[in-house]
Design a protein around this ligand. Structure first.
Ligand code: FAD
Ligand code: SF4
Length: 467
């Protein structure tokens, strides 16, 4: 049978409908659609898709199981490699990883296999069963490990170590686990019940969660080093950053971190069911070109803003957001001002934002990031009326834990200096990974770091036990 050139179509809420609600945009494949998509996979012997996946999922094998209709086998294969399949199937940048190297997609006129959507199908199928299939865990414990932070890095370490036979406790500063998966990525991209299901699967392995527990305040690193055999720090990079444009202190100017945390973690989008208030904006300008900017803009639209525009200093080619999210944003009526930067937030005379003064940018030679350097074009200034401006220009390291633990060596950007292969830090027995080591990156890179650290921690504890 000839292989279809295009991916099997997937159902989505229409743009018209979805800008009025926070429900998930993509509705996922049915089993039959998934089998049709799975039959496009060439089952390559060298499978480049596997080596491009930071947690090395055996992609051809789980796709083969879907094609055969053997979903329990697909779940079993998947759970050998990842603790967060439903999350990754939804938010990983597959287009630059597994799907980016898919041999089918390399053939002229063919789209790659929809690996991410198939991963999501397997996970959703498993979680929809009365008793989800969970990995077996050893009864005898090898040692005790503390994990600080319950984002994708911490959850991966916790899950992998529990499967290896460790007694694991995760300390989380917030009242709910999940990190950015919960407080950053909105419901319409990653439903909270999906995150909860994946975390439930991890706690069912015996992992204990200590919520509302800020390490550095509620519990100190010295106490952790005394009570545990090893520790993994995965506290992310959640501290907001501002560009420092005049007028940043005006009412109506937000960091994306605050804006999205109010909406997602504090459920402001369900006001008044939840009593967290959020501004009902009419016109919104979001500054930035990453996933965070897309999420802030699309959330503002759903909260009722009439005009939402993204201002980005480079062009579409350099934009770091996932292309799927960009297309969704365009369909939802978000406007884009390319090669544009804000120069001032204007006051309406009462301390509130009236609008954003902007300037057009030219693109020069590539800078240290490899992307073309934006250069202001004199005389190109213009004004966008807005009652809300949201800066989504990146986050930095949160200093709460770091400032109480000076023994930990940091790099020149203020992130933890850790071995890229193992996560080992300057303090023996303390490992680190995810955004707190790399700076703001991706879910799957945080998980990849967690996976390698889990192996390194196992080796560390075993050799300590032998000594
Ligand atoms: P985090 O997810 O930040 O988790 C860190 C956890 O540590 C948090 O729960 C925090 O509360 C906790 N913590 C911090 N300090 C302490 C302390 N002292 N004690 C105890 N706990 C502490 N990536 C993608 O791959 N695809 C996407 O589509 C995508 N979209 C994104 C959208 C938004 C809005 C944002 C902000 C990020 C997005 N990312 C995306 C990036 C991705 O979410 C992060 O790279 C990833 O979550 C990093 O994982 P982490 O485990 O290192 O940290
Ligand atoms: Fe299938 Fe593409 Fe991986 Fe080949 S590269 S095994 S076609 S998903």
């Amino acid at each position: 049978m000839a292989v279809s050139k295009t991916k099997t179509p997937i159902s989505e809420q229409s743009p018209h409908e979805r800008i009025r609600n926070f429900k998930e945009v993509c509705l996922g494949y049915t089993l039959e659609e998934g089998q049709a998509e799975a039959s496009r996979c060439l089952q390559c012997k060298d499978a480049p898709c596997i080596s491009e996946c930071p947690v090395a999922i055996d992609i051809p094998s789980f796709i083969h199981a879907i094609r055969e209709g053997d979903m329990p086998a697909a779940v079993e294969i998947m759970s050998r490699h990842t603790n967060l399949p439903a999350v990754c199937g939804r938010v990983c940048p597959q287009e630059t990883q597994c799907e980016g190297v898919c041999k089918l997609g390399r053939a002229k006129g063919f789209e790659p296999v929809a690996v991410g959507k198939l991963e999501r199908l397997v996970a959703d199928w498993n979680y929809a069963r009365p008793a989800a299939v969970n990995a077996e865990i050893p009864r005898v414990k090898i040692g005790r490990v503390a994990v600080i932070g319950s984002g994708p890095a911490g959850l991966t370490v916790a899950g992998d170590l529990a499967k290896l036979g460790y007694d694991v406790t995760v300390y989380e500063a917030l009242h709910a686990p999940g990190g950015v998966l919960l407080y950053g990525i909105p419901e319409f991209r990653l439903p909270k019940f999906i995150v909860a299901k994946e975390i439930e699967a991890i706690t069912s392995l015996g992992v204990k969660l200590e919520l509302n527990s800020v390490t550095g305040l509620a519990v100190t690193m010295r106490e952790i080093m005394r009570d545990f055999d090893a520790c993994f720090i995965g506290v992310g990079a959640g501290a907001p950053r501002f560009q420092g444009v005049p007028g940043t202190a005006l009412s109506g100017v937000y960091s994306a971190s605050e804006y999205l945390t109010r909406i997602n973690l504090m459920h402001a989008y369900e006001f008044p069911v939840y009593d967290t208030p959020t501004k009902r904006s009419r016109s919104v300008v979001v500054i930035g070109g990453g996933n965070v900017a897309m999420d802030a803009a699309r959330s503002a639209k759903r909260l009722g803003a009439e005009d939402v525009a993204i201002v980005y200093r480079r062009s579409l080619t350099e934009m770091p957001a996932r292309i799927e999210e960009y297309h969704h944003a365009v369909e939802e009526g978000i406007a884009f001002h390319w090669q544009t930067n804000p120069t001032e937030y204007s006051d309406d005379g009462s301390g509130k934002l009236r609008g954003v003064k902007c300037i057009k940018m030219d693109l020069g030679e590539p800078d240290s990031s490899g992307r073309r350097r934006p250069i202001p074009i004199p005389g190109s200034e213009f004004f966008i009326e807005a009652d809300t401006a949201i800066e989504a220009i990146g986050q930095g390291a949160n200093r709460v834990l770091l400032s109480t633990f000076p023994e930990l060596r940091l790099n020149r950007y203020g992130y933890i200096d850790a071995d890229p292969k193992t996560g080992a830090t300057s303090v023996p027995g303390i490992f680190a990974g995810g955004d707190i080591v790399t700076g703001a990156a991706t879910v799957i890179l945080a998980m990849g770091a967690g996976k390698s650290s889990a192996l390194a921690i196992d080796e560390f504890v075993r050799s300590k036990n032998k000594a």
